[in-house]
Design a protein around this ligand. Structure first.
Ligand code: SF4
Length: 482
């Protein structure tokens, strides 16, 4: 069966395009044109039942990905579905399962089965687990893992096919070397074997698998800078040129493709990075990690990176990979997911407002009107994170009687500037009418930008364990991956 890309090229508006058009308040034909041109992708593996289709592209609302997954040292399997639940609840448009610990197959299957949003993976992680070490990877193993994950319903896969042997010397002298997990694994393999990147060599064949299941390939940036000192260097841009070549190869084979980007980039270089990717990769959707605009704030990198993400989205990046406060420090937990998602939904929405996305500003206007009207309940409902907004308010003014109060504890009743302003307007006769007219339901705001918190209905997401889980049994990595 043809992919979304092939069907779009044939002039067909698919049900997925119709759904996406509805969510984005766009003409279905416009969606088709964007997909046909490769400027947008609809990640939707044919095997992923229950997925609510979404689109990633510069012309549409900026999307946010949340990484979840376990590692060898932390996080039990039962926590993974909780993380999926938290990520979707707090508004993730896609999730990437980056598990590298135990139970990889069962976690991935559970995530795909229960996720209403596209699920992405980095197959080389599982391949390394099965091989035992980076050096023991083989072409066949990589292909087998990718095929199996495609069969399992993974919607998009990060493939670091653009890291070439010729690029590796360009990383000499870097401050932080190769920081991408996939990039470092492949660099090690190439040095050990003296051979070209197997994902690059086998890319045309892998595209057959991607096409069969309509897996969107996300071309990973294995040489992305891990520090401001390494940003925009020769290694990064040499790899980008290869990603441009691979973008064309994938499209020629009917495969949907997006391209991943840096990393750590000073604020003043972000726009140039986005422009360069757009040109080299012929407008393929740009999926950026942050970027972090400073290296000095471990513990706050959801903030350092959300600043860069806003600038990137403003310049045209289509999807932002969230960063949590634990970046560089440890595996994120549920509250980290919440903080990271909030930071990135703010970044995405701020860029959409600035870029004039149809209806994006209506959300802001509605909340401001509720705020000026001292309608606290509506203000909480409209907040990006309603639970947090209400809990902060209620810490000092918990009573129901304060839900219409014309002040809060920040300035206090006597110094509440909005109350003073309204009183002055009333006294001035004719100044008492304030705006109270934004109707979000009638707005053309994209569904992806509409409150309440969370884009998707999470009622059906079960908590771990699912019925099939034997809670007393813990499988070894070898068993789990068989
Ligand atoms: S007290 Fe201050 S912060 Fe609170 S509603 Fe009034 S102006 Fe706003």
């Amino acid at each position: 069966m043809p992919t979304q890309l092939e069907r779009a090229r044939d002039g067909e508006v698919t049900p997925e395009m119709e759904r996406v058009a509805d969510r984005e308040q766009r003409d279905p034909e416009f969606v088709r044109e964007q997909v046909a041109a490769g400027r947008a992708v609809i990640p939707h593996n044919r095997e992923h039942d229950g997925l609510d289709p979404m689109v990633i592209g510069e012309a549409f609302a900026t999307k946010v990905n949340a990484n979840i997954g376990n590692s060898a040292d932390t996080s039990a399997p039962e926590e993974e579905l909780e993380k999926l639940h938290a990520a979707v609840h707090y508004g993730a448009d896609t999730v990437m399962d980056l598990s590298t610990g135990t139970d990889l197959d069962r976690i991935r299957e559970a995530n795909v089965a229960h996720s209403p949003v596209p699920v992405g993976t980095v197959p080389i992680y599982e391949a390394v687990k099965r091989a035992g070490s980076a050096a023991d990877l083989t072409h066949d193993l990589l292909r087998d893992v990718i095929e199996k994950q495609a069969e399992q319903g993974v919607d998009y896969m990060t493939i670091h096919a653009g890291v070439l042997m010729e690029h590796l010397p360009l990383t000499d002298g870097r401050t932080t070397g190769i920081v991408s997990r996939g990039g470092s694994i492949l660099a090690r393999w190439m040095e050990e074997h003296g051979e070209q990147n197997p994902l690059y060599v086998d890319f045309p064949g892998l595209c057959e698998t991607f096409r069969e299941y309509d897996v969107t390939v996300s071309l990973g940036d294995g040489l992305r800078p891990g520090s401001l000192a390494d940003a925009s260097d020769e290694a990064q841009f040499a790899e980008l040129d290869t990603l441009g070549e691979l973008t064309g190869l994938a499209r020629d084979r009917g495969v949907q493709v997006m391209v991943e980007g840096p990393g750590h980039v000073p604020m003043d270089e972000i726009r140039d990075n986005v422009d360069r990717q757009r040109e080299v990769c012929d407008g393929a959707p740009f999926y950026v990690l942050g970027p972090l605009v400073t290296d000095v704030a471990p513990g706050y990198d959801h903030i350092t990176s959300a600043i860069g993400a806003t600038e990137a989205a403003r310049a045209g990046a289509a999807m932002l990979c969230y960063v949590t406060p634990k970046e560089h420090l440890g595996l994120p937990e549920r509250e980290d997911v919440r903080d990271g998602m909030a930071a990135y939904r703010i970044a995405a929405h701020a860029a959409d407002v600035a870029n004039g996305l149809p209806g994006a500003r209506d959300w802001d206007d509605a909340l401001s009107e509720a705020r000026y009207a001292f309608d606290w309940r509506r203000q909480f409902d409209l907040a990006l994170d309603p639970e947090r907004a209400q809990s902060f308010h209620d810490r000092t003014l918990p009573g129901d009687n304060y839900k219409e109060a014309r002040f809060c504890s920040m300035c206090g009743v006597e110094f509440c500037s909005m109350r003073i302003d309204q009183d002055a307007r009333e006294a001035g006769d004719g100044m008492a009418d304030f705006a109270d007219g934004t109707d979000l339901n009638a707005s053309v705001a994209a569904e992806v930008n509409r409150p309440p918190v969370g884009t998707h209905d999470t009622d059906d997401l079960p908590t771990w364990p699912p019925e099939t889980f034997d809670g007393d049994r813990r499988t070894s990595p070898e068993e789990a991956d068989d």
